[in-house]
Design a protein around this ligand. Sequence first.
Ligand code: ADP
Ligand SMILES: CCC(=O)OP(=O)(O)O
Ligand code: MG
Length: 402
Amino acid sequence: MNEFPVVLVINCGSSSVKFSVLDAATCDVLLAGIADGVNSEQAFISVNGGEGKKLTHYTYDGALKAIASELETRNLMTSVALIGHRVAHGGDVFKSSVIITDEVINQIRQVSSLAPLHNYANLSGVASAQTLFPGIPQVAVFDTSFHQTLSPEAYLYGLPWKYYAELGVRRYGFHGTSHRYVTQQAHALLDLSPQDSGLVIAHLGNGASVCAVRNGQSADTSMGMTPLEGLMMGTRSGDVDFGAMVWIAGQTGQTLSDLERVVNSESGLLGISGVSSDLRTLEKAWHDGNARAQLAIKTFVHRIARHIAGHAAALHRLDGIIFTGGIGENSVLIRRLVIEHLSVFNIELDQSKNNLPNTIGERVISLKDSSVRCAVIPTNEEKMIAQDALSLADINAAIEYA
Ligand SMILES: Nc1ncnc2c1ncn2[C@@H]1O[C@H](COP(=O)(O)OP(=O)(O)O)[C@@H](O)[C@H]1O
Ligand SMILES: CCC(=O)OP(=O)(O)O
Ligand SMILES: [Mg+2]
């Protein structure tokens, strides 16, 4: 019998594996870390923000083994009673979180081509965890679930009907676990009624999306059938005229798969700046006077502001604009530029509050008399994943087993 059960949460991203160990009784984080640079020789693992240790095997499986070894060092292996995985795309198969079975794995595999940067990594994490933690129940929590409330007019593309009717081509939306968590927190922080509220949430990380949340439910969101649509991102183009891509193909002879690589991995902040996809590097280049880095940041900001304003149209009232994700939580510059760009809303930014470090946690960053309130809410996808896992799995049976 394990008297101190914990939930291990695994988020296999496009180039990193984030992990957290949470107390099953309180969902408090006991340990958190990241294996970064996965699939490159620079791959390293860092625990609780400590110094990185080089990974011996830099595949996803190698990263999961290194995570298990960190747990072993801290005598936590036998405490793991449940494992929760972030899975990006659930297609129209998964409306909510599920316990992972062989059938579930097959169904996830079937929709994985729709989120190629993420789902294959997610599945790889599931396979490694099954080997490293045999018999421990595992739960999949989907980015797409929160957006199941989108209406047809929000999820349909203006394409011939047969593509939706026969092939299921539609918008799904992502980052739903983050948008769900931030929604709950925003209702409390801004003292809003969940049944009568309007929020626009900007989740700005390597991947970035905006979500309009009307009365606690996703009403519109910027990502589409795949995590490519919408905002410009670290390496993804976001919205781009399909006609432009056809023209480029004609001019350069590139195939569809060449161009898919271009829009997913070579575009966005990296593509425009030619410097980096990482905003910290770009902010430094901005201050050093690098014109392309400045242009990349300004374009990023323009797109965010345009999507925030557009998403407000899905609401009956705009009670708050919330920033979250690695950039939304940490970048004083991006928040200031976005709010300045949204002058149509007459937002009054409290500069001193905007300048506060993210260690402060949730905070309102607009002045009292601002016509729209703005806030920063650090996301906590891990907590949501652990809570879903705990509500689905028979934790008592899991504890007996562990
Ligand atoms: N202090 C900071 N200032 C500016 N940008 C930051 C800071 N910390 C992290 N970021 C940016 O956050 C982004 C990563 O966000 P994150 O949400 O962790 O990404 P992911 O999509 O991989 O989960 C990177 O562009 C990184 O540069
Ligand atoms: C799948 C949505 C997405 O872009 O995730 P990421 O921000 O972790 O890359
Ligand atoms: Mg993320």
